[in-house]
Design a protein around this ligand. Structure first.
Ligand code: 26Q
Length: 770
């Protein structure tokens, strides 16, 4: 059918869908429909849905061009999107129809969805957060107990969701020199010119025609190297797999500049189309910086305004500081792109350096360093942290001098959120259906207003509802068990408690404490009589996550987990009561299987180190309970669900600094401080889990200065786990906790978080296509 404005609308009834599918098989794939495999069928179905997306996407762009509303741009060096197909079907409301259509053609839609590879252009939480709204990606595997590195397969096949835009490209210059002749604009020439070419991915909104654009940049097919021998292709060929570790590699800096310069050129071009004076730029454009990584956008916009637009410095700076907003995602010093070093010195030698020196953009030293965080703070209108505690810590530490200078109002909090579309409806359709049927509202209502889940509180004591709730958890556990059986070849007791910790491997997240806890539990079981063992709550512990390739201790932790698993999973005395799995190839899609299956999950960072965490929210939304420290968003989760529904343990943030000081100056041997932990470490040292001696560097981080305070928190951790066991024995009470937790997750919808940004920063309202 032809719409009045000339765009083509697609029919979305089942026969039209199958027709479009067959068409794509014949024309786009150049294959025959009769012997098509699942991967081919996935491609054809994806291309057919893409046709719908493209129409909405074009209409959205047209609508925005006509209305020229203020736009918010999210600049990030990571986008961890996961799969697109299922999300597109859900958001377009086409899932059932495609299900019918594929069944008619002899395919199973669920199998086709599984054929899609995750778009994994990110490492962890920060990348996932931008995935809400390129390069060699790494795909770790496990071999011989160690993480393997390999290129990400995402790029190996045609990606139907990404459209190359050969017509959208900009020249980005590196090196060279600039000069300004009397009365003339400044000219930058020489050096290396690299073409940035746009690749667009459609990002459909839920239950709306609005389809946004994720624009990625790749080096184009030409480069003019005048003074440099660096190849342009290298710039976009690596996704830095570090998280929380900054280092001054020239390539990383070139990436940061390449991506931000291309994005800014694009933003300026679009602004120029609306024919407004450049001084009105901040009324039409807001730019959010996802951590310090795209901070070079600040000096780049200055350069454009000063050199290309020939504005005076003050005018230009005024525009810049009304355009940018900065979100900080960590207070860990090593991730702060060269900022904290001098502050540490200042702390040790108070009064030795002036405040001004601390606030400088340049860290003096050999070599000098640019402090990206300072640049991001002074270049932005507002600065936020990602959970209440984190935003407070930020103001008390990293940006303290700037709070004194600018006042409080520049600094605020936006607690992170998660999308209920992916993290409830897509990953746990059974639960989503049960909620809809119980509350007697269509799914669309609570998937757009997560506070509606509070309606479930009325049913907490209803035995029929409890049964249904438990049955869904059980079937999700079976789905995970099936996955483990097909990938690792192990059978799992699905009536055991499922305990999950999935996140980047890092000392501050303390996967080490979890594995030492498992060893402790194993030793305790071994020491029991068979009669005593009968009373024990069986438990299966799951880990998944990646380590940065150069992070030795993190990789050693993976190796330890895998080798402990090898021993305890075959021990006839204990294997029915305790088993352990490290699932390889952690990804968004694997998280979608693990999260709905968890009874309890672990969020056990040293207090004050985890900015927010977002998987904690995902587990709770799916009725899993938390064992955790009083850190990040755990605190706000407990505020919502009530402290009786979370298992908190460990020292609080204000104690951490003192404890570290004591460790430094009054060390107490681990045998005295925490015998239970010492015993677990010694058992590992003794070779019970093989690999004699290799774990010593890891164990010594705890025996020696124990920066992340395992020796301080281990006993209370073990107690918390005992309380978890006890609570799990009373299954009805447990189910009640599970329902009450899920019911109170309204606050943690990403819709609320994005609304907060829209109001506090961008000053934009929704501009809906009708
Ligand atoms: C910096 C310089 C050079 C190379 C890499 C990096 C780098 C890359 C990624 C530094 C940090 C990151 C990622 C940080 C991150 O993922 N932070 C997490 O953000 C989540 C979303 O706000 C929070 O929930 C987590 O608590 C926080 O750890």
């Amino acid at each position: 059918k032809v719409w009045i404005d000339g765009t083509r609308g697609l029919d979305t009834d089942v026969p039209s869908i199958t027709k479009s599918f067959v068409n794509h098989v014949h024309t786009s794939l150049a294959r025959q429909a009769y012997n098509l495999d699942d991967f081919g069928a996935y491609q054809a179905a994806a291309l057919s849905v893409r046709d719908d997306l493209i129409i909405n996407w074009n209409d959205t762009q047209l609508h925005f061009t006509r209305k020229s509303p203020k736009r918010a741009y999210y600049l990030s060096l990571e986008f961890l999107m996961g799969r697109t197909f299922d999300n597109a079907l859900l958001n377009l409301g086409l899932k059932e129809k495609y299900n019918d259509g594929m069944t008619k053609l002899g395919f199973n839609l669920e199998d086709l969805l599984e054929k899609e590879r995750d778009a994994g252009l990110g490492n962890g939480g920060l990348g996932r957060f931008s995935g809400l709204l390129p390069g060699l990606k790494r795909k770790p595997g496990i071999a011989n107990g160690s993480q393997l590195e390999a290129p990400d397969p995402w790029l190996e096949h045609d990606n139907p969701w990404e459209l190359p835009r050969a017509d959208v490209s900009y020249e980005v210059r590196f090196y060279g020199h600039s000069e300004r002749l009397d009365g003339m604009k400044a000219i930058w020439s020489g050096g290396q010119e690299v073409l940035a070419m746009a690749y667009d991915t459609m990002v459909p909104g839920y239950d709306t025609k609005n389809t946004n654009n994720l624009r990625l940049w790749e080096t184009g097919d030409y480069e003019r190297a005048l003074e440099s021998s660096n190849s342009a292709a290298a710039i976009t060929s690596v996704l830095y797999p570090n998280d929380h570790t900054s280092f001054g590699k020239e390539l990383r800096l070139k990436q940061q500049y390449f991506w931000t310069a291309a994005s800014l050129a694009d933003i300026i071009r679009r602004f120029k189309n609306i024919d407004k004076p450049i001084t009105e730029f901040p009324e039409y454009v807001a730019i959010q910086l996802n951590d310090t990584h795209p901070t070079l956008a600040v000096p780049e916009l200055m350069r454009i305004l000063l050199d290309d637009e020939d504005l005076p410095w003050d005018t230009a700076w005024n525009i810049v500081t009304n355009t940018f907003f900065f979100t900080n995602h960590t207070v860990l010093p090593e991730a702060l792109e060269n900022m904290l070093f001098l502050q540490a010195v200042e702390k040790k030698f108070p009064g030795d350096r002036e405040k001004l020196a601390r606030m400088s953009l340049i860290e003096e030293g050999f070599p000098q360093n640019v402090r990206m965080a300072n640049l991001a703070v002074i270049g932005s209108r507002k600065v936020n942290g990602v959970a209440e505690l984190h935003s407070e810590l930020l103001k008390a530490t990293i940006v303290k001098d700037f709070v004194d200078f600018y006042g409080q109002s520049k600094f605020f909090n936006v607690t992170n959120g998660i999308t209920p579309r992916r993290w409830l409806d897509q990953c746990n359709p059974g639960l989503s259906n049960l909620i809809s049927e119980t509350l007697q509202i269509p799914k669309g209502v609570f998937l757009k207003d997560l506070y509606k889940l509070e309606g479930l509180l009325k049913y907490v004591d209803n035995p029929t509802f409890q049964k249904k709730w438990a049955a869904i958890k059980q079937s999700n556990k079976e789905r995970l068990a099936h996955y483990v059986e097909t990938t690792l070849g192990f059978k799992i007791n699905t009536h055991a408690m499922f305990d999950v910790q999935i996140k980047r491997l890092h000392e501050y997240k303390r996967q080490t404490m979890n594995i030492f806890g498992v060893v402790h539990r194993y030793l305790t079981l071994k020491a029991m009589t068979p009669a005593e063992r009968k009373k024990v709550n069986p438990k299966v512990v799951f880990f998944a996550g990646k380590a940065a390739p150069g992070y030795y201790i993190a990789k050693l932790t993976i190796r330890l987990i895998v080798n402990v698993a090898r021993v305890i999973n075959v021990d006839p005395d204990t294997k029915d009561l305790l088993s352990l799995f490290f699932l390889p190839d952690y990804s968004v899609s694997l998280a979608e299987i693990l999260i709905p299956a968890s009874d309890i999950s672990q969020h056990i960072s040293t207090a004050g180190t985890e900015a927010s965490g977002t998987s904690n929210m995902k587990f709770c939304l799916n009725g899993g309970l938390l064992v955790g420290t009083v850190d990040g968003a755990n605190i706000e989760i407990a505020e919502e669900v009530g402290e009786s529904n979370v298992f908190f343990f460990g020292h609080l943030t204000p104690a951490v600094e003192d404890l570290r000081y004591q460790h430094m100056y009054h060390p107490v041997p681990i045998e005295e401080k925490c015998p239970a932990l010492a015993q677990a470490l010694n058992e590992i040292s003794s070779g019970t889990f093989g690999d004699g001696g290799v774990y010593e560097p890891l164990l010594n981080t705890i025996r020696q200065n124990d920066y992340y305070l395992l020796t301080e928190d281990f006993d209370s951790y073990i107690k918390a786990l005992a309380l978890v066991d006890e609570a799990y024995q009373d299954r009805t009470e447990w189910i009640k906790k599970s329902i009450s937790t899920s019911a109170k997750m309204g606050k943690f919808s990403s819709d609320r978080a994005i609304q907060d940004y829209a109001q506090e920063c961008w000053n934009i309202e929704s501009s809906k296509l009708t």
